[in-house]
Design a protein around this ligand. Structure first.
Ligand code: AHR
Length: 669
């Protein structure tokens, strides 16, 4: 578990002086007897948005270290305009290997695959094995990173084409071609059969490859070549990369939305995300082009998403396409025309049935058709699905309206226990937003998904956005938002905005920053919350803001406790605060944001909250506004934790460019 740096009490006074703040013991007492109003906050307010974008899944969170394990990559995975298109093929990330002067031939075949969903495999005919064998080497996602003494699970499907058993050597090769681990097995079947061995790395190396080498003459078919770290998150098979999964878990998200984003509605009808293609044995799942211009293995599929949600205590929020594809399909974003394609009405019943089956798969009894499939995968208990999203920031066309309405009405009628989440376009205002809300009002959709990627200033100026929303209409899921940057200033403007989400936690049901993860070598979209390469990661300043709000989420919001003032005035959009009470613990939590360049003053009057003066925990995220964390310098912006004394009324000098979270333990008066 990532722990925030904690400073001993003795250092606090020094820090406060350096920051121009009052020492904790001298938080100035005020006196007042204000009335306070308490508002409920959604228990699901702060969560995460996960999309396989910027190699977030394959080459990221999904623990598989072999790239193109099933030889299903093809030029269509890349858009025609991509400069990498010519290099993208069945052999991407692979090379033919015959280092010891062996020889043979290799062919790509489709006539007798392991499963029709996974049609391509290679056939290798070894005519002379030579000193080191003949076979294949996989170079992973820009190399394979291994750690000394860590164990790795290798597996492969092989079908002997010739009669003879074929001995194989599996070698984990370091960057210089040195063998870091080796294992062996021999084939014994003329049918497809899975062979598994484990390897222990002799050294740490971030540029390894894995070689599969036949050591005798013979002909064989090969598919599903796989290498996983044994130490995946919670040590699950087909598991997740532990450090990335832990970074998400440490946000303590109340929900996780998946699998997108635009990935949901896809680049044309053939590219829509179909959850049924992503469950069951890995060798039977269906790979496809990823809308973000790469290949999607489906190894991180719906079972893995739901399992991860359960592992981290987040409610799953799967989002399904509303029967239409992305309006940018076919690269129409470049011309500004509408590329949205709609599923023919004759096929809509089947599309909606898939959605109903998802609910049965997640929540149905083991005796149901789809519940039985969940149980067969290893989870007889229901997953407890509560939310289903329909649509992702779609263009509000007549085709969309018709299909969304059909899907919404059927799901609502058959599953009144599920909260359905609609969509109101890609922007915080404009035609799709207006039409989306109009439809939501007509249908009385319980929650709608708003998206906005805007400049930092927008987040300060729009702090009152939800104060004005009609409480009788749909609740809001702020499904994607970010202030277009990873500097401390960006993070602080988001923090200021998040105080308004807490203040409006009665109608803002959920909120998630987007996107979540990005592989620094394959960034499709920025900014992101967490950046990573094969061996390490960097948590952005924005991540720490999300974490401080999520970990300190309240269940009740109190107005009128903190007033903020810069040197001249009380109305400064760079200043914001919220005060909440946590369910369970009863702790009172103050969040105070100063996204401006001057120190400010906070006057806090806690007398109406019936807390006793005493110790509290104060966490401060501060620095200079342009600072940011990178892979090379991951610790530039970090929160620091202090223990302080608080009184019922106090004055706090708020540092310029800071977020302060004060957590006061519940003590009865
Ligand atoms: O978060 C990145 C993308 O932004 C999402 O896929 C899409 O929904 C939005 O436009």
């Amino acid at each position: 578990m990532f722990r925030l740096p904690r400073r001993p009490h003795a250092i606090i006074a020094l820090f406060f002086c350096a920051m121009g703040m009052l020492p904790a013991k001298q938080l100035t007492a005020q006196s007042s007897n204000k009335k306070i109003a308490a508002k409920p906050i959604s228990p699901d307010l702060f969560g995460v948005f996960f999309e396989d974008i910027s190699y977030s899944a394959d080459g990221g969170l999904y623990g598989e270290l072999v790239q193109n394990r099933s030889f299903e990559y093809n030029p269509g995975d890349m858009d025609a305009w991509s400069s990498k298109r010519n290099n993208w093929n069945t052999f991407t990330a692979w090379s033919y290997t015959n280092r010891g002067y062996g020889y043979g031939n290799i062919s790509l075949e489709t006539t007798a695959p392991i499963h029709p969903n996974n049609p391509h495999y290679l056939v290798i005919n070894v005519e002379e094995a030579g000193k080191e064998g003949v076979g294949l080497t996989n170079h992973g996602f820009d190399g394979i990173a291994v750690k000394k003494d860590a164990r790795y699970n290798f597996s492969v499907f092989i079908r002997q084409v010739s009669d003879n058993a074929i001995p194989f050597t599996i070698k984990l090769l370091g960057a210089k071609g040195d063998t870091l681990a080796m294992a062996a097995f021999s084939t014994n079947s003329r049918s497809w059969k899975k062979y598994s061995v484990s390897l222990t790395a002799a050294a740490t190396d971030d540029s390894c490859s894995i070689a599969v080498l036949a050591q005798s003459t013979g002909k064989f078919a090969i598919d599903m070549v796989s290498l996983f770290p044994q130490a995946s998150f919670k040590n699950r098979e087909n598991g997740l990369r532990a450090d990335l999964a832990l970074a998400i878990a440490n946000l303590q998200p109340k929900f996780m939305r998946f699998p997108g984003g635009c990935l949901v509605h896809g680049d044309g009808l053939g590219n829509m995300y179909r959850w049924k293609n992503t469950i069951g044995p890995l060798e039977e799942r269906i790979d496809q082009k990823n809308i973000w211009n790469y290949h999607q293995s489906a190894g991180l599929g719906y079972y893995e998403y739901f399992q991860f949600c359960e592992d981290i205590g987040a409610k799953p929020l799967p989002v399904l396409a509303a029967g239409v594809s992305c309006q940018n399909s076919g690269g129409t974003w470049r011309t500004g025309s509408n590329g949205q394609k709609a599923i023919p009405m004759a096929e809509m019943d089947a599309w909606i049935q898939d959605a109903l089956d998802l609910i049965e798969w997640a929540n149905g009894p083991v005796s149901s058709v789809w519940g039985a499939k969940r149980a067969a995968a290893g989870h007889p208990q229901p997953f407890g699905l509560q939310y289903v999203g329909i649509g992702n920031e779609d263009k509000m066309t007549a085709e969309f309206n018709e299909r969304f309405t059909m899907m919404y009405n059927t799901l609502k009628a058959k599953h009144p226990e599920i909260t359905l989440v609609g969509t109101v376009g890609p922007f915080p205002a404009g035609e799709d937003y207006e039409l989306g809300w109009k439809l939501a009002n007509q249908l009385k959709v319980p929650v709608v998904d708003e998206h906005y990627y805007e400049k930092p200033d927008w987040f300060l100026k729009n702090n009152k956005r939800y104060d004005r929303y009609d409480r009788k209409k749909s609740k809001v899921y702020v499904g994607e938002y970010a202030s277009r940057g990873n500097t401390l200033l960006n993070a602080l403007t988001e923090a200021a905005y998040m105080t308004s989400l807490e203040r409006n936690g009665d109608i803002v049901q959920m909120a998630s920053y987007a996107p979540l993860l990005a592989n620094v070598n394959h960034i499709s979209w920025s900014p992101d919350l967490v950046y990573f390469n094969n061996s390490t990661l960097a948590l952005s300043a924005n991540y720490f803001v999300q974490q401080l709000f999520s970990v300190n989420q309240g269940s009740l919001y109190f107005d009128n406790i903190v007033s903020l003032k810069n040197s001249e005035q009380f109305t400064d959009s760079a200043l914001a605060a919220s005060v909440v009470k946590q369910a369970g613990t009863g702790d009172i939590i103050l969040k105070i944001v100063n996204a401006g360049p001057k120190n400010a003053t906070a006057l806090a009057d806690l007398s109406a909250l019936h807390i006793l003066a005493g110790k509290a925990e104060m966490t401060i995220l501060t620095g200079s506004p342009s600072q940011l964390n990178t892979i090379a310098a991951p610790g530039v912006v970090q929160p620091v934790v202090f223990t302080i004394q608080v009184q019922k009324n106090f004055r706090y000098q708020v540092p310029a460019y800071s977020l302060t979270v004060i957590s006061i333990k519940s003590r009865k008066q």
